[in-house]
Design a protein. Structure first.
Length: 533
């Protein structure tokens, strides 16, 4: 098997994603555009999406990274709107978009139209997270969008299986369809609940960070495969396990957390970049498959389906945002009312992605009777144009819409104050613990070392408060920023000396690596890790 096309895809998509960080254009859109352009360049190999690769190999790690960074407490607090979108909206969109496509597109059977509806019903988890990070949405809106995108794939895949069974002639009844949905949802959650505790126990009892991180990389695939083996939803199993592990990550040792954060950030970057590039690279396949269809006519169908997807989302989001509040005093007392701008953003943020395309490519060529699947190539084309349309039209205009609506972003001052108060309470507890330990005979230390422990603790206590102070009139930095910059300069000077001593053969490379690692850890402690988004 030639690995060069795969290496070229990863390298090129990573390069485009890196370049996107220097532009105002979100990386997903630039990657899709690059894929579209590259798809017709001579020498570019044919990259086809295979549901048997995307769903079990790409989807689990992408879902895992999104879920483990999500807040279980925030998702639980917004469970009702998340459930209404991830389950209610997907089923509504499947029927509504499918019915509208059936009315608009001649010779498209209703069963095939419902397959199309199920395929393009779920907004994409990767796109939602990437766009939300870039445009700085309010915290509650971001939580709702991320929660929706974590679960909706499970609903859509189940709806697709039911619609496909009807389209190929398996004759699944409504009762069987509901049973299929319940098995997938309840079974997926059940598998996740069964796996999450032993997997977390194993993570906390492995003593080597390398083994723990190897396990971390395997976990999403194990959860997905285990659920699919019993015909349950692998998506839900991955999400349940990842939410639990993320919520309990503080119980894992620091070395594992540091390595794990770096490893998963790299994995997510590579996979997200490749996935968006792959979307654009599908253009030749969907166009070639149109065959005898008139190009102008199918483009009109594509516009109609895209508009249907947009309108149907608005038709669901606004009523589901306000009707429960109007009808239930209990919900009204428990949940704050959303301003009218929040449902608008949620409605407009329904970008589709690679899961829709992967599911569409899994549609069989023939039905059980041996006849060709009705309008399969047209369904693929309409799926592709809907994905591209939502990414380009909604993805490009969402940042502008957020700016026009002047949505309140995160309150940096309030967040910093909360962080400072939390650090102050923690430092007080640490100081009491230190006094308690020093009172024991076996913990005696020379005064300089005791002073060093207290200085480090006091430094942590004061660092956050210093960010709230006045900026330096010359540099514009806070005292904390200046401290970090000077600390980094000092560490840099030490690093240069160590390298010079190695070059002069006064120390060997092994000692250099040990000394540099010590400096790296000190620099990591002196500097807060940047978001990197």
């Amino acid at each position: 098997m030639d690995a060069l096309p795969l290496v070229a895809l990863v390298a090129a998509s990573a390069a485009v994603a890196g370049a996107a960080r220097r532009t105002p254009v979100p990386a997903p859109l630039l990657l899709v555009a690059a894929g579209l352009l590259a798809s017709y360049l001579p020498g570019v190999p044919a990259y086809t999406l295979d549901a048997h690769v995307v769903l079990p190999l790409l989807l689990p790690p992408l879902l895992h990274t999104a879920a483990i960074d999500s807040s279980y407490l925030d998702l639980r607090a917004n469970l009702r709107p998340v459930a209404l979108l991830s389950v209610g909206y997907v089923l509504f969109a499947t029927f509504a978009v499918g019915w509208l496509a059936y009315l608009v597109v001649p010779d498209l059977p209703l069963t095939a139209a419902l397959v199309l509806g199920a395929v393009i019903a779920p907004p994409d988890a990767v796109t939602a997270a990437a766009i939300a990070r870039r445009v700085g949405l309010p915290a509650r809106v971001t939580t709702i969008l991320q929660g929706e995108s974590l679960v909706n794939d499970a609903t859509a895949i189940t709806a697709f299986k039911v619609a496909l069974a009807a389209a190929v002639g398996e004759g699944m009844s409504w009762g069987e369809g509901i049973g299929e949905f319940l098995l997938a949802s309840v079974g997926g959650v059940g598998v996740g609940l069964v796996l999450m505790v032993p997997l977390h126990w194993l993570r906390t009892h492995l003593k080597e960070a390398l083994l723990q991180n190897t396990l971390s990389l395997l976990i999403p695939f194990v959860a997905y495969a285990a659920a699919e083996r019993v015909h349950a939803s692998g998506v839900l199993a991955v999400v349940v396990v990842a939410l639990y592990l993320g919520h309990r990550s503080w119980q894992v040792d620091f070395a594992t957390r540091l390595q794990e954060a770096a490893v998963w950030k790299m994995v997510a970057f590579i996979l997200e970049s490749a996935v968006f590039a792959l979307i654009g690279l599908q253009l030749p396949f969907v166009v070639k498959g149109l065959g005898s269809y008139d190009v102008t006519q199918v483009c009109l169908y594509a516009v109609a389906v895209f508009l249907a997807v947009v309108v149907v989302r608005f038709a669901w989001v606004y009523p589901s945002s306000y009707l429960p509040l109007w009808l239930s005093p209990r919900i009204r007392a428990r949940e704050p009312a959303l301003p009218w701008t929040s449902p608008l953003i949620v409605s407009w943020a329904g970008m589709r992605g690679v899961v829709s395309l992967a599911i569409a490519f899994s549609i069989p060529m023939v039905t059980h009777s041996g006849a060709g699947f009705p309008a399969r190539n047209l369904v693929l084309f309409l799926t592709f144009t809907t994905v591209i349309g939502t990414l380009v039209v909604q993805g490009l205009t969402l940042p502008l819409l957020v700016r026009v609506l002047k949505l309140p972003g995160s309150d940096v001052q309030a967040e910093t104050l909360a962080e400072a108060q939390a650090q102050s309470e923690a430092s007080t507890a640490a100081e009491a613990r230190l006094d308690e330990l020093l009172a024991r005979p076996g913990n005696s230390l020379p005064d300089p070392l005791v002073d060093r422990l207290r200085t480090v603790m006091e430094r942590r206590r004061n660092a956050v408060w210093e960010r709230l102070g006045a900026a330096d009139p010359v540099t514009g930095e806070s005292a904390d920023d200046t401290y970090r910059r000077l600390a980094r300069e000092m560490i840099g000077a030490e690093r240069e000396v160590f390298v010079r001593l190695r070059d002069e053969r006064r120390i060997d490379d092994e000692m250099l690596r040990a000394l540099l690692r010590r400096l790296d850890l000190e620099e990591a402690a002196a500097y807060r890790e940047s978001d990197g988004a």
